[in-house]
Structures are given as structure tokens and as C-alpha cells.
Design a protein around this ligand. Structure first.
Ligand SMILES: Nc1ncnc2c1ncn2[C@@H]1O[C@H](COP(=O)(O)OP(=O)(O)OP(=O)(O)O)[C@@H](O)[C@H]1O
Ligand SMILES: [Mg+2]
Length: 411
């Protein structure tokens, strides 16, 4: 099959110069402008992008993943032409509309309406076409009351509303969105995502940077993960996002209590108890018994605990517990099991809790505890809050804390 290229990047490097003093910077700018010499880069300069090769076909919807400072915005700005590559070539086929950093391209003294004209002109739209789409732009932004006020009076949410409305209503061939959506309120975010979906459906090319993996999965088919300016992975969106999340949470995949005892650098949110060190190991596995910290909605999660309790402390009141909290610290699921057998005497005890992931997309905190509780009191041999962290992901955006399977009948 023949694919038409939208973006083609070969051997792209981007260095940021490390000037020793501001004088060095001015000297170099003057010298290079006098001699039309290109700025030279030295080993002391910072390499934000290193030998990047990417081909994106028309109609592809590609996410750029990477932790803070990995080079995502540098890459997008190089594609848009707001940054000049130090080396390499970028070919773009079609008109780009980009939502980069907040308010970039706006003149703060101009009104919203004037900025629409200014921005659309920068995007290469003839005045007639701007006039045809200006009502749509204002309508979509829902800030018509403020459209004739200078944008310096806008809140950051209003800024992004206007910028987004312009970017998507000027009929671009390539839409580039850099994390900006997160500034808008929830209602506007959904509206924008739906609009991006319709742009995708009409066969346009989209590049999307977001730390919200649910939106990335809902929107994109391919994801490019960059780290320290290099491509780590360029793959189908599910594979790339899973690997990326694993990596992001990798140091919390398995907890060995020796880490705590021998190396007290590991920080839990809370850790107490009369017998700290009883819990030896905590592992979180997926339905294929592989250690994981990312769980698709509706798949099995296995929490495996290894611990030791001195036999004189094992009684009908002794319990092993897990709790799953959200990031606000709210207990969402708490489950305890009695440890009552004497056969564990002197041995490590293994307990596995298995449950179906019905949690809304987001990040969660695992708490594990060995406790002795009866109707009147509770005491902890060991309690660890934040022993592991994991993420629940869903293909479609859903509302609510839990997403159990629900049977719906019309009658
Ligand atoms: N103008 C600049 N001068 C010097 N270094 C810069 C400049 N702009 C960015 N950098 C550095 O380049 C690296 C990549 O930055 P970039 O903004 O591309 O990261 P990012 O992946 O978009 O991060 P985030 O997720 O925080 O938006 C960072 O280490 C950053 O400090
Ligand atoms: Mg960025």
C-alpha cells in the first residue's frame, strides 16, 4: 500500500548552548550574524534531541511519550518550525496548526478577536477564510463575553480555550497538541478530545503529547517514547504505553523488605507497627503472573505477600490485609483474611489476593498490613502505606471511581 508522508525527520539533533556568561552569548550572536556563520556546538552544550529519525504518514495519530524534560516539546517545536534544528532535516507536508506552550503566539495587549486574526494569519489562512470561521472559533471557545478584552486579562483556562479553538477551526492538515489540554476544565477537555477525534476521523495527521495515558490510548494508534532526547520505542500505542508505564513505575514493581531494613532510603507514606520487618515481600502481578504496575480495566490483579509472624502471635485475631487507596488517600477497597493455622510455625507465610480491576483510570496506592483485631481493638504488627503504586488504564474515558460490569436492559 502507498502511504503519503506527512512528516519526515532524519538525523535530527538539537543542542541548547551552555554559555559561560551572558557576554559569551551576545558575542557569539553578534559574531555569527556578522559572518553568517552557524553557531558551533561544543561538548559542554546540552543535547536535547539526539539523532532522531521519525516518519509519520498522513492520517496517523501519534502520541509522544516521555517523562518531564525528555525532549517532547523540543521535538514538537522543531517540527512546527519555532525551533531550528542544530543538525538534520525535517520535512513537513501540509499546513500545521499547533497548540504548544500556553498562549505562545498571542499578543497580550491584543483582544481575543484580534489574536484570532493574528494567529490564523500566522497559520497561513487568508483573511476571507478567517472571517468565515471566526464565529465557529468564538463559539467553540465559549468565551464570547471576553472576546473583545485584551488577552492579558484572561485566565490560563481562557487562554487555552482560545488557542485550541483557533488551532482546530482553521482546518489544518497536521494538528499538534502539546499537553495544553490539561489546563482546561473537565468539560472543555472532553469537548476538545471529541473534536480531535473528529479531526482524526477525517483523516488528518495528529501529534499528541499528554501524560494522561487514558487519553493517549483513546486517541492514538502509535506512540513514540523518548527519553533523554533519544527514541526508546516507536510502536503500537498499547505496547508503547504499557512499557512506558512499567518503566515510570519500575522502582515500585517489587518491594523487598530488606531494602527497608538494610537501606533506609526507601520512603513509604507511612510505616509503623510493633514488628516492623515482618512483611518480607509484596508483588503485584497481572493475569499472566507477570509483575506489573499497569492494569487494564476488567483484568485480574494479583497481590502476593510474603511475611513472617512469630507463632505465639498467630491467633484467630491475626489478619493479613490489603487496601487500595486513591491519590487523595481515600480507602477504596479494603480486604482482610484470617491467618489462623499453626502450620506456619517458623515458616514464611504466603498469601495471594486476586481481584478484578474495576477501578477508574488513574494512579493508586497499595497498603499492606499484618494486624490483630477483634471487636474491641486493633493493633498492627506492621502497616505499610505506599508499599507499591499502580495505574489502572481504560480504553474509553469513563466517569466514577469504579467501573464494574453493569447489565443494562430496556423493557
Ligand atoms: N531554551 C532552552 N535552553 C536550554 N535548555 C533547554 C531549553 N529548552 C529546553 N531545554 C532542556 O531540554 C530538555 C528537553 O526539554 P523539553 O521542554 O523538550 O522537555 P519535555 O519532554 O517537553 O518536558 P515536559 O514533560 O516537562 O514538558 C530539558 O532538559 C530542558 O531543560
Ligand atoms: Mg513539554
Amino acid at each position: 500500500m502507498f502511504f503519503e508522508r506527512a512528516i519526515s525527520i532524519t538525523g535530527l539533533f538539537k543542542y541548547y548552548k551552555n554559555y559561560k556568561t551572558p557576554i559569551h552569548r551576545i558575542k557569539e550572536i553578534i559574531l555569527s550574524s556578522l559572518s553568517s556563520q552557524v553557531v558551533k556546538y561544543t561538548k559542554d552544550d546540552f543535547c536535547a534531541l539526539e539523532n532522531i529519525d521519525i516518519n509519520i504518514n498522513k492520517g496517523e495519530v501519534v502520541a509522544i511519550l516521555g517523562k518531564n524534560g525528555s525532549g517532547k516539546s523540543t521535538l514538537l517545536q522543531s517540527i512546527c518550525g519555532t525551533l531550528t534544528p542544530s543538525l538534520g532535516e525535517i520535512k513537513v507536508n501540509g499546513r500545521i496548526a499547533a497548540l504548544l506552550e500556553l498562549g505562545a503566539g498571542f499578543n497580550p495587549e491584543f483582544t481575543g478577536r484580534e489574536n484570532i486574526y493574528l494567529n490564523a494569519a500566522i497559520l497561513g489562512l487568508p483573511k476571507k477564510e478567517i472571517e468565515r470561521s471566526i464565529d465557529d472559533i468564538i463559539d467553540f471557545s465559549e468565551i464570547s463575553d471576553y472576546i473583545d478584552h485584551p488577552v492579558k486579562q484572561y485566565s490560563s483556562g481562557m487562554y487555552v480555550r482560545l488557542a485550541f479553538s483557533i488551532a482546530i477551526n482553521v482546518d489544518p492538515d497536521i494538528l499538534i497538541v502539546d499537553e495544553a489540554l490539561s489546563v482546561g476544565d473537565a468539560k472543555f477537555q472532553i469537548k476538545c478530545l471529541n473534536k480531535i477525534k473528529s479531526i482524526v476521523a477525517s483523516g488528518k495527521t495528529v501529534l499528541f503529547v499528554s501524560h494522561d495515558i487514558t487519553s493517549v490510548r483513546a486517541l492514538c494508534t502509535r506512540a513514540i517514547w523518548i527519553d533523554k532526547g533519544k527514541i526508546v520505542m516507536d510502536d503500537d500505542v498499547t505496547n508503547a504505553t504499557s512499557k512506558y508505564l512499567e518503566y515510570m513505575y519500575s522502582d515500585s514493581k517489587t518491594m523487598q523488605n530488606n531494602d527497608v531494613v538494610e537501606n533506609n532510603t526507601k520512603k513509604y507514606i507511612n510505616h509503623w507497627g510493633t514488628h516492623k520487618g515482618s512483611i518480607k515481600k509484596v508483588e503485584l502481578k497481572n493475569e499472566y503472573q507477570k509483575t506489573s504496575s499497569v492494569f487494564e480495566l476488567g483484568t485480574l490483579m494479583e497481590f502476593e505477600l510474603e511475611y513472617f509472624i512469630p507463632s505465639e502471635l498467630i491467633s484467630v485475631d491475626t489478619k493479613v490485609s490489603i487496601s487500595i487507596k486513591n491519590k487523595k488517600g481515600m480507602d477504596l477497597i479494603v480486604h482482610s483474611a484470617n491467618v489462623e493455622s499453626n502450620s506456619y510455625e517458623g515458616k514464611l507465610i504466603h498469601t495471594k489476593f486476586t481481584l478484578l480491576n474495576q477501578l477508574a483510570a488513574g494512579e493508586y496506592i497499595l497498603v499492606v498490613a499484618i494486624e490483630r483485631s477483634n471487636d474491641s481493638e486493633i493493633s498492627y504488627l506492621e502497616y505499610i502505606e505506599g508499599v507499591l503504586y499502580f495505574t489502572s488504564v481504560t480504553i474509553e474515558k469513563r466517569h466514577g471511581l469504579f467501573n464494574p460490569e453493569v447489565r443494562v436492559e430496556f423493557y
